[in-house]
Design a protein around this ligand. Structure first.
Ligand code: HCA
Ligand code: CU
Length: 466
């Protein structure tokens, strides 16, 4: 562990994240996400580019109201092009900091602005000076810094500092750096221009965004940019949940409340419509699920055998897959958790039944109870938690692809099965929860799926064996 590192996160879910294909946040969602990020203790949040559209503007305005009332404690940053009209809009909202950016690589200069290097320096300097003269803190981001001629990059950074920027955001806009290059770049920039603090903004096109962010921190960056679930242009940037845990693990620094990360991920899944795969690091469903008999045996005797971090720190718990690879230890642990103690002999019979069951991919608690009852003749169902079930019928909007709605519904926690049907409704979903409150929460999550026009819920009163 390296001590003495000073670092924080800038979460850009509301700016970079909204540049993900298909993602738009409503004003209310923007405010709710900002509150959640602040509640998770993130240092800075980039809340959008207010000059882009009225709803971004309104969202930022509301966020700043909450900021003044002390309900949002993160530093609020607004994005701005290097033009006075954008800066004016951001200043009118009284944000804490204005982040001005400009493409400075030869590729960007030639293709986008058609500026000479000199002309670009002029425009950059003018916009920064303008914001600074009005009393605003300014971060300047040389876009495409990772492909910019380094002598010119240093000139850009010097100009930005002289005109009043106190932070420089080094952007790997196309995501082509590796960790070694990232750390080399930061060391050179800091040596050449030590009068400012540095951010790192890393795109994930080569899957190196987290590793590059760690390298940037080791080389002196004091803020790293991230988005919840790694949203952003193309394949996105550094995921907040992963970098927060990686920084804790590597540097021992708390840059976010780790117990909030899973909820943040679920919230942003819901509002972005982009579901995380189960094998996603840290917040994915499988992050603390163990399968092979050898692994489970190890975990049960000391969880450190196959986990570097205790899942309870993330407000999560570990679980074991029960299927034909499963050993005795996992089945025993799962049954004990359900309050079902079995003798060695009974356990052996249950395990051999699991191994014989060819068509079952993995056993849920209910499957397991049924199997125990069948194999041992014991009646144990009463010791499983009482669950409430409901059948939810769903109508989709006429222009929507039903299967995509069905797929989204099936990934909501608590939704057990989803079928597409003909007739009055388009989809029927089977929902299960421990209380009516929980059922309501699940149905509310279902209703927030895009393309769904109405739902009808029938509670299950009695189930008969087929
Ligand atoms: C953009 C470009 C940017 C800016 C990064 C930053 C990039 O989409 O506006 O301002 O920190 O990746 O270069 O996201
Ligand atoms: Cu970016």
């Amino acid at each position: 562990m390296t001590h003495g590192i000073r670092v924080g996160l800038l979460d850009s879910t509301l700016r970079e994240g909204e540049q993900t294909p298909g993602v738009v946040f409503t004003r209310e969602q923007r405010v709710e996400i900002a509150r959640a990020l602040s509640g998770a203790g993130i240092s800075m949040i980039e809340v959008g580019h207010p000059a882009v559209s009225p709803d971004v503007y309104d969202g930022v305005k509301e966020i700043m109201r909450l900021r003044r009332e002390g309900e949002i404690t993160s530093e609020v940053v607004a994005h701005s092009r290097a033009v006075r009209s954008d800066v004016d809009i951001a200043m009118g909202l009284e944000v804490d900091r204005i982040a001005i950016w400009y493409g400075v690589s030869d590729i960007h200069l030639a293709a986008k602005t058609r500026d000479t290097r000199e002309a670009a320096l002029q425009k950059i300097g003018d916009a920064i000076q303008y914001a600074h003269d009005h009393g605003f803190r300014v971060r300047f981001t040389p876009e495409d810094a990772s492909r910019t001629d380094q002598e010119y990059l240093i000139q850009v950074i010097r100009t930005a500092r002289e005109c009043g920027a106190d932070r420089i955001g080094v952007a790997d806009t196309v995501g082509l750096l590796d960790p070694e290059q990232t750390s080399g770049l930061f060391r050179r920039l800091r040596a050449a221009e030590p009068g400012v603090e540095y951010d790192f903004h890393g795109h994930n096109d080569l899957g190196c965004a987290v590793a590059n962010s760690l390298a940037a921190i080791s080389a002196g960056a004091t803020i790293v940019h991230c988005t919840v679930n790694g949203l952003g242009e193309r394949v996105g940037i550094t995921p907040t949940q992963v970098i927060a845990v990686a920084i804790k693990q590597k540097f021992g620094v708390d840059v976010a409340r780790l117990d909030r990360l899973r909820d943040l991920s679920v919230l942003v899944e819901r509002y972005s419509g982009i579901q995380m795969p189960p094998n996603y690091p840290i917040t994915g469903d499988f992050a603390f699920v163990h399968k092979s008999g050898v692994h489970v045996q190890g975990i049960l005797s000391d969880p450190r055998t196959y986990e570097f971090m205790d899942p309870s720190l993330l407000n999560r718990s570990r679980d074991y897959v029960i299927d034909k690879y499963t050993g005795k230890h996992a089945v025993k642990a799962r049954l004990e958790r359900m309050g079902i103690p079995l003798s060695d002999d009974e356990l052996t019979r249950v395990i051999s039944a699991i191994k014989r069951a060819e068509d079952t991919r993995s056993f849920s608690d209910a499957d397991l109870v049924e199997l125990v009852e069948r194999e041992t003749g014991k009646r144990v169902s009463s010791s499983t938690p009482d669950n409430i079930e409901a059948m939810v019928s769903v109508k989709c909007e006429s222009n929507i692809y039903t299967t995509s709605v069905a797929r989204r519904l099936s990934s909501i926690q608590g939704v057990r099965q989803v079928v597409e049907v003909s007739g009055e409704y388009d989809i029927v979903a089977w929902v299960e929860g421990s209380s009516t409150k929980e059922i309501n929460r699940i149905i509310e999550a279902m209703r927030s799926v895009k393309g769904l026009s109405s739902t009808k819920t029938d509670m299950v009163l009695k189930k008969l064996p087929a």
